[in-house]
Design a protein around this ligand. Structure first.
Ligand code: 5RP
Length: 218
């Protein structure tokens, strides 16, 4: 199967976890986009969605699925989203699509985070995929210098402005042995909005697309 077929398989498999009359947390990216296609088949049976990006919001609305502001909901049963890397402890690197901050907020609101990935995303140690960090524009150079002190090689993601009006630094050369400690450390640098390490709040369920079918990991 191609990578996109594996992404589609997990996007549709996540539909099983959607309960009628609920508001569903929806992620961003090509795998989440398959989930939105699947979710559209439940239009009218769910109340709607909370979305992690303008791109996902546009797609949800194009299907006629109501999109709620995150402030309108106290809790969500599930949040369904992809990842750039995931380890065996279900901790992730996210933000390849620059939506990491809203993704982390919705993951925090949700009771259950369902991560949908193709098998190529699974790693033993996080860090081969450059770690995205959303940064307030005026802090870009300062934050980059602080990240060099941590052993990273920051690269400014050219021509990208996040949905929150900020910029992205991608950090190369990291071998993340203690994801929780690194998440806390980077989040403590002034000017950092969010680091795309999802370690304090990892996934609860992983649906992984493989050539032998969708594997469920809990
Ligand atoms: C967006 C994300 C995505 O979940 C991540 O980049 C994976 O994307 P894709 O499903 O396209 O492989 O974190 O900010």
């Amino acid at each position: 199967m191609t990578q996109d077929e594996l992404k589609k398989a997990v996007g549709w498999a996540a539909l099983e976890y959607v309960k009628p009359d609920t508001i569903v947390g929806v992620g961003t990216g090509s795998t989440a986009s398959h989930f939105i296609d699947a979710l559209a088949t439940m239009k009218g049976k769910i109340e709607g969605a909370v979305s992690s990006s303008e791109a996902s919001t546009a797609k949800l609305k194009s299907y006629g699925i109501p999109v709620f502001d995150c402030n309108e909901v106290d809790t969500l049963d599930i949040y369904v989203d992809g990842a750039d890397e995931i380890n065996h402890q279900m901790q992730m690197i996210k933000g390849g699509g620059a939506a990491l901050t809203r993704e982390k907020i919705i993951a925090g609101v949700a009771k259950t985070f369902i991560c949908i990935v193709d098998g190529s995303k699974q790693v033993d140690i996080l860090g081969k995929f450059p770690l995205p960090i959303e940064v307030i524009p005026m802090a870009r150079s300062y934050v980059a210098r602080e990240l060099v002190k941590l052993g990273g090689l920051p690269e400014y993601r050219e021509n990208v402005v996040t949905d929150n009006g900020n910029v992205i630094l991608d950090i190369y050369n990291l071998n993340i042995l203690d994801p929780i400690a690194l998440e806390n450390k980077i989040n403590g640098i002034p000017g950092v909005v969010t680091v795309g390490l999802f370690a304090n709040r990892g996934a609860d369920i992983v649906l992984m697309g493989t050539d032998n079918g969708v594997k469920t990991i809990k």
